[in-house]
Unconditional design. Sequence first.
Length: 268
Amino acid sequence: MSQRVDKPARRPRAVDDPWFHQRIVLINHRGLSPGLPENTLAAFKNSVALGVDVIELDLRGTKDHRPVVLHDPTVDRTTDGAGAIESLMLRQLKKLDAGSHVNGKFSGERVPTYEAVLQLVAGTGVKLLLDIKPGKTLAPANVVRLTKKYRAESNVIVGARTLEDLALFRRLSPTIRILGFVKNRRDIDPFLRAGAEIIRLWPQWIDATPALMRKIQESGHPVWVTADDAGRKDLCKLIRQGVNGILSDRPELLAELLGGAECGTIKD
């Protein structure tokens, strides 16, 4: 992204909303559930029906700078098309099938726009975590404009991968919450100083250095962890370790465990 980077606005050092601290937040990674096409409205509708707390989705920009939901830099893996997302206009993208690669019953699923997802979750109580992917055509101003249009600033969390992105989004919206998708442990303090309210860690970092998570939490910042398709044993381990949120590809299983299913008899 080529926009000018300003100094981040002053922000409270911690998240003061008890919603982020008094529960383990269930974050549905890419809206994934077994048998559903990732990052599609079909997957997100399933997430809402399951009652997840947060849907994580990946944002990229089309050639005409429209924010759309896609994980990869190309459409090859998850659609019947080919090519870089940054080389396609939105009208071209809308013609691609994003569901049949998983199951024929999802034929006709499209790569959704960010606006379509905002419309889908409006009024449901489900929050969105936006994984801001690197690229030249995703304009933060468009993302924030749409978020404000749907009065969703309190229900959207921007996942920043760079300090530059963090500063841009903070300048555009002083109130929007920001999660730091830190690349390594050395990045944690710089992200917190720059205004990130939530930090994403990897499970292996917590295993190697348990005090790392406690230090972040004691400063008032929730710790969310990406568990991908981890099973019962590994999810139970994260729950016992005391993380504040889990990004999971298996929301039904995680919901079962968070709802009181027994984890105590499962050994690490």
